[in-house]
Design a protein around this ligand. Structure first.
Ligand code: IMO
Ligand code: MG
Length: 422
């Protein structure tokens, strides 16, 4: 049995990865965040209490699980410290938290740059979360970034002052407020003292664990169609939330990866700008948004909602090597009378299963829908797939039939336990 399992988002994020991660982490010795930063938002419910994590792996709430923030993550220390304090205040220990010394640090100039760049894009705006994610990754690749190891060993002041000087030149150019270097140095020295105990070489930590046959769960953030390479560029995030990011974001080798769970909803949603073929910018979309509480965990923005797109799902399966599907919000879609499922795209009279976000391709492309009956009723306590109402079975079977990947999890309600494990 392979020792590393992976949970990934299949569409544009917010598929409910946290719920699957939370379940799987019960049997994991280690749960790891690999990419992204606090642009992600996992909300999970434990003992009736709702937690929203942006950086800390959800596994933190399972005492016996080591929660690791891998090198591929960009960390806003202020946010991380707030989360650590929330965990502690709720009576959980954070002794099981480990942070990679190679993870890059987000500074205030990243956040300001994110906002400035977004304002300059005008109509072409991406709709970023304004958390400084893109600019932090830019600095990483530009090789002027500051890593957690530099931060906690206080080897960062010279580079930080140089960075601030350079960024301030740009801010001045746009008559934008500049950053006070002394203030940032002082603030980040405090963060360094707080976070020092958590920072380690997580590459060796993970490989030593594998040597000892420990089970590792990799928690994906964001999702396939937000991938910088495979997503709907430029309306994407600045990292690789697809399977490759799991390796580069942790140092885990491809050969160690076992199950790859692709999480999706029984409908679809998207935050921010960019093409979205099955979007229902109408009453149906509004109904789905209300029924599914589709408002951002991170930015509170109302999400765009629409039907499930199997052309896109097949693409996610292909790019990530997804071995099992986790479908959330089956209860939500079951509240509608009629449900539509996109089973192909039609262009120039021809049907195709080829996904693309290329605007030229999408021009004149329409989704081909199959219609299903809804009204599933209350399914939140059902524990076996066979016990689901016929309408729900028909819908799920058809998804499996087209995508050719087995469904492993079925989300039947908001609670942690409202899930069918197949
Ligand atoms: P989880 O982990 C949904 C979107 C933003 C924007 C684009 C780029 O909760 O699924 P960024 O701030 O990353 O530069 O923004 O990506 N985005 C997400 N949308 N869920 C997320 O994470 C997202 N993370 C980024 O809305 O369109
Ligand atoms: Mg989100």
């Amino acid at each position: 049995m392979k020792k590393v399992n992976v949970v990934l988002g299949s569409f544009y994020g917010d598929e409910g990865k946290g719920k699957i991660i939370d379940y799987l982490s019960q049997n994991a010795d280690i749960s790891v965040r690999c990419t992204g930063g606090n642009n992600a938002g996992h909300s999970i419910e434990v003992n009736g209490k709702k937690f929203a994590f942006h950086l800390i792996p959800s596994g933190i709430l399972n005492e016996k699980t080591l929660a690791v923030i891998g090198n591929g993550v960009v960390i806003d220390p202020k946010v991380l410290i707030e989360e650590i304090n929330t965990v502690k205040e709720n009576g959980y220990s954070t002794k099981n938290l480990k942070i990679s010394d190679k993870a890059h640090v987000i500074f205030p100039y990243h956040i300001e740059m994110d906002k400035l760049l977004e304002s300059l894009r005008k109509e072409g705006k991406i709709g970023t979360t304004a958390r400084g994610i893109g600019p932090a990754y830019c600095d990483k690749y530009e090789r002027c970034g500051i890593r957690m190891g530099d931060l906690v060993s206080k080897r960062f002041e010279k580079q930080l002052r140089k960075n601030i000087e350079n960024k301030n030149r740009i801010f001045e150019m746009y008559n934008y407020e500049t950053i006070d270097a002394d203030k940032v140095v002082e603030e980040y020295n405090k963060y360094a003292d707080f976070l020092k105990e958590y920072v380690v070489d997580t590459v060796y930590l993970l490989h030593n664990a594998l040597e000892e046959d420990k089970q590792i769960l990799c928690e994906g953030a964001q999702a396939t169609l937000l991938d910088i390479d495979f997503g709907s560029y430029p309306f994407v995030t600045s990292s690789n939330p697809t399977i490759g990011g799991i390796c580069t974001g942790t140092g885990i080798a491809a050969k160690d990866i076992g199950e790859v769970y692709g999480v999706l909803k029984a409908y679809s949603s998207r935050v921010g700008e960019g093409p979205y073929l099955t979007e229902q910018n109408n009453e149906i979309g509004d109904t789905i948004r209300e029924l599914g509480h589709e408002y951002g965990t991170t930015t509170k923005r109302p999400r765009r909602c629409g039907w499930l797109d199997l052309v896109a799902l097949k693409y996610a399966v292909m790019v990530n090597g997804i071995t099992g599907l986790a479908i959330n919000h089956v209860d939500t879609i079951g509240k509608l009378d009629k449900i539509k499922l996109c089973v192909a795209y039609k262009k120039d009279g021809k049907e195709s299963m080829r996904f693309s976000t290329d605007m030229d391709y999408l021009e004149g492309c329409t989704p081909v829908y199959e219609e299903f009956d809804g009204n599933f009723g209350d399914i939140s306590n059902i524990k076996n797939r066979e016990d689901l109402p016929e309408n729900a079975k028909k819908y799920l079977n058809r998804i499996e039939e087209i995508v050719k990947v087995p469904i492993k999890f079925i989300g039947t309600g908001a609670g942690r336990d409202s899930m069918i494990i197949c």
